[in-house]
Design a protein around this ligand. Structure first.
Ligand code: C5P
Length: 309
């Protein structure tokens, strides 16, 4: 096989319930992931040695400068993990075309790792060896990062543990989103750290997070207004504390008619829900004009996870 290209979606967290800090440095979560139609593409080609090239997707204005191109790129780790599992060498060139914001709270790095898992597994599947199943790739992905298993599967799913144990959620219809990106990313560990700091300062010991029944019902019935009202993110106060300008972005989206608004994951991307595709188009245009975002992009969800194209 000469080349395999995999398309992989970004995610937004519909509920990010952050529980206590565990001994291993992670937090117990209730993490409702939702894959949206904003995609990175990873192409894998046979090569002498593992190589990584990262570029912005055509027509996207993603700043790719901060993405590592060496062995510590998460997609490179994914290639090595698949090679190790298949008992082969990671002789592959990976070209990563990014439309998902870098360090934006939309799991772009995890998405690229998931795409690399799927691409390398296909590239090195020479039929003599047993192919790796999607479950195998989910399992390998969990060792790479908490959000990688979801990027393999896509759709809408409830993640527990550190977010890697997934149960698909029942959904109906399509949800229409507008995303406001920000210049400069936020570090995920720094945002979790700030969340711990705020809770300690306020004397509020974290409780175990529970799945929101209102959210699950809204998803199952396809009720966008109810979904908008049920969106929650326990990391939002921490992201706002580290990046106070996001408050203006969230307020602008609400004032311009979004039926739900929240910081996506650890931020700084803000996510806005609209009732219809038309509403999303109007909201995106108005937000763009308000000058509260680096870039405004529309997407819908749920969409499938990493897919060979
Ligand atoms: O799993 P991943 O490498 O993507 O996590 C990045 C960082 O986010 C972790 O090092 C940790 O600081 C934080 N994190 C956490 N609890 C989780 C997931 C991530 O504290 N459940």
């Amino acid at each position: 096989m000469s080349a395999v290209t995999v398309r992989v979606p970004a995610k937004v967290n519909l509920q990010l319930g952050v529980g206590p800090l565990r001994d291993d440095g992670y937090h117990d979560l209730v993490n409702v992931f939702h894959a949206v139609s904003l995609f990175d593409e990873v192409t894998a080609r046979p090569a002498e040695r593992l190589e990584i090239r990262v570029e912005a997707a055509p027509h996207s204005r993603v700043a790719v400068g901060g993405v590592p191109t060496g062995g510590d790129n998460l997609a490179a780790k994914a290639a090595r993990a698949v090679a190790a599992r298949l008992g082969t060498e990671p002789r592959v060139a990976l070209r990563i075309r990014k439309a998902i914001p870098v360090a934006g709270g939309m799991a772009g790095g995890s998405a690229d790792a998931a795409a690399a898992l799927v691409a390398c597994a296909r590239l090195w599947d020479d039929r003599e060896r047993p192919a790796l199943s999607r479950d195998d790739l989910v399992e390998i992905g969990a060792d790479l990062g908490s959000d990688v298993p979801f990027a393999v599967l896509g759709g809408t799913a409830v993640g527990t543990g550190r977010g890697e144990r997934l149960t698909p959620a029942l959904t109906r219809g399509v949800f229409h989103w507008v995303f406001a990106t920000a210049d400069g990313g936020l570090s995920t560990p720094a945002v979790y750290g700030e969340c711990d700091r705020i809770r300690l300062a306020e004397g509020r010991p974290p409780e175990r997070a529970e799945v929101s029944e209102a959210l699950m019902t809204a998803l199952a019935t396809g009720d966008a207004k109810a979904l908008g009202a049920a969106l929650t993110n326990d990391l939002q106060p921490a992201a706002l504390s580290l990046r106070p300008s996001l408050r203006r972005t969230l307020d602008a989206g609400r004032d311009l008619g979004a039926i739900g608004a929240l910081v996506s994951g650890s931020g700084p991307t803000c996510a806005f829900l609209a009732e219809t595709d038309e509403d999303a188009a109007g909201l995106a245009e108005a937000l763009d004009g308000a000058g509260v975002a680096a870039q405004v992009v529309r997407a819908s969800g749920p969409v499938p996870g990493a897919t060979v194209i």
